[in-house]
Design a protein around this ligand. Structure first.
Ligand code: EPZ
Length: 430
């Protein structure tokens, strides 16, 4: 079994460079299915979700060529197969973007239901609502999402989303790009990766207006040609390292970011008494004194990101005072709390609210990464804890963080990836 081993208590000093945004990349790669030509995509993060999606496109007949570590050429001009492999698709959430892309390209899609982090109920009813508004018949059976348009090409349509949904907003945009008419999405999500997908599609010849606001209009076009596009930096990866500096202490320059995308995270860190300096494409984070308590409520962008909830909780475990954390997006995003308690954290959870009573220190322990962001939070807690922390389940973390160990070791963290015999028996009690 591979796991991370962390010797905590070392403040972080130096520079970390942020990679391309995971949640932009996992929508932009499927979007290449809409393009009749070669898409050169730059600043792609080296993470397993991206590798899986590129593999799915190859299974559909796309030509994928690695240009360098963070650049690929994707040519979907000669797609022949339209069956997405079941075992690949169910490994990640973002496979559902293949529905919108295949429906938009061919008027037909049959894609296995997605997997992804267990955050409570994650229905796709809003995605379906959008596809139906564009004239599609959608049926979910045998573990598949089956969508088809009798006329062979999606029409335009209007949809008012019942709740702000990143996935539904992006999926409807994908299905609408080549539609025969105008599509309007109201109550749309406004995350930076929504804008990035719209910019990618427009750079290939689409006609999308209003991305980044809550009303997005997509005027369908006949064809998308090839081109080159560079993915934005990852807002959540940057925020994760910002929270790591808060918990472990130190002074780190986090470069290749768009500071505007970090506004809400920066505001929270300032409330906690942390020094955050904004530069053109970087933020400098310094924490030398005590960590102040604060309250956090996660909301759709531009609110505090739900994908930063476990990470800020790790820092608040060490705050002087009691903080209240409210999860405003998902039903159940506190599965990591029991793992923090193993390290001496004092957290009480009631529904969507967690009350975090700061403690003077955490102690290292063997802990489990139960999902992508919870895993990152365990690493953050380990960096601050006294003694050794071992984090297993690191495959979750490697879905969304490129070279996390290398980036943290580069700023002085004592962290390494180790392999232990799989017969390492854990005494189960109770
Ligand atoms: C995307 O998930 C991200 N995943 C998540 O990031 C992120 O936490 C989330 O957006 C919110 O920002 C990807 O982009 C691959 P939603 P998604 O649709 O699209 C409910 C990470 O750590 N809902 O915005 O699934 C849903 O249950 C991952 O990088 C419906 O009820 O999120 C949730 O409560 C974790 N019906 C809320 O809306 C629907 O049809 C927001 O979900 C769709 C969503």
């Amino acid at each position: 079994m591979t796991k991370y081993e962390i010797m905590g208590g070392k403040p972080l000093h130096g520079t970390i460079t942020i990679s391309g945004a995971k949640n932009a990349a996992v929508a932009i790669i499927p979007a290449a299915l809409l393009v009749d030509g070669v898409c050169r995509i730059e600043n792609i993060p080296q993470i397993s979700d991206v590798s899986l999606l590129l593999q799915m496109l190859q299974e559909l007949g796309a030509e994928v060529r690695t240009v360098n570590r963070s650049t690929v050429d994707i040519d979907c001009s000669h797609i022949r197969n339209r069956q997405v492999p079941y075992e690949l698709a169910r490994k990640i959430r973002a496979s559902y973007y293949l529905v919108g892309a295949l429906l938009g390209r061919f008027g037909w899609a049959e894609v296995p239901l997605p997997g992804g982090c267990d955050l409570g109920g994650r229905p796709i009813d809003q995605h379906v609502k959008g596809f139906v508004a564009m004239g599609a018949q959608v049926d979910v059976h045998s573990g598949l999402i089956c969508a088809r348009v009798p006329e062979g090409r999606v029409a335009g349509g209007s949809v008012y989303l019942d709740m702000v949904s990143v996935g539904a907003t992006m999926n409807i945009m994908l299905a609408a790009a080549l539609a025969s008419g105008m599509t309007v999405i109201e109550n749309a999500a406004k995350e930076p990766h929504i804008v990035d997908l719209a910019n990618f599609l427009n750079s290939m010849g689409a006609n999308i207006m209003g991305a980044g606001t809550d009303v997005i209009k997509i005027r369908g076009v006949k064809r998308l040609r090839g081109g080159t596009y560079s993915i934005i930096p990852d807002q959540i990866e940057a925020g994760t390292y910002m929270a790591a500096v808060v918990a472990a202490g130190g002074d780190v320059l986090i470069q290749n970011v768009i500071p505007k995308h970090l506004d809400c995270i920066t505001a929270k860190l300032l409330e906690m008494g942390v020094a955050v300096e904004e530069l053109d494409d970087a933020v400098r984070v310094r924490r030398t004194g005590p960590i102040g308590r604060t309250n956090v409520k996660t909301m759709p962008y531009p609110g505090f990101p739900t994908d930063m909830q476990p990470q800020i909780a790790a820092a608040l475990c060490l705050a002087t005072g009691t903080s209240v954390l409210t999860e405003g997006v998902f039903d159940s995003r506190y599965r990591y709390v029991d793992e923090f308690r193993r390290m001496g954290a004092h957290i009480q959870v009631d529904g969507k609210v967690a009350v975090i009573e700061g403690v003077p220190y955490l102690t290292g322990a063997p802990v489990h990464a139960c999902d992508l962001r919870a895993g990152a939070a365990m690493v953050i807690a380990g960096l601050a804890a006294r003694g050794v922390t071992e984090v297993d389940g690191i495959h979750h973390i490697e879905r969304g963080y490129e070279d996390l160990v290398g980036k943290l070791a580069g700023v002085g963290a004592d962290i390494r990836c180790i392999t232990t015999p799989d017969n390492d028996t854990q005494t189960q009690v109770g």
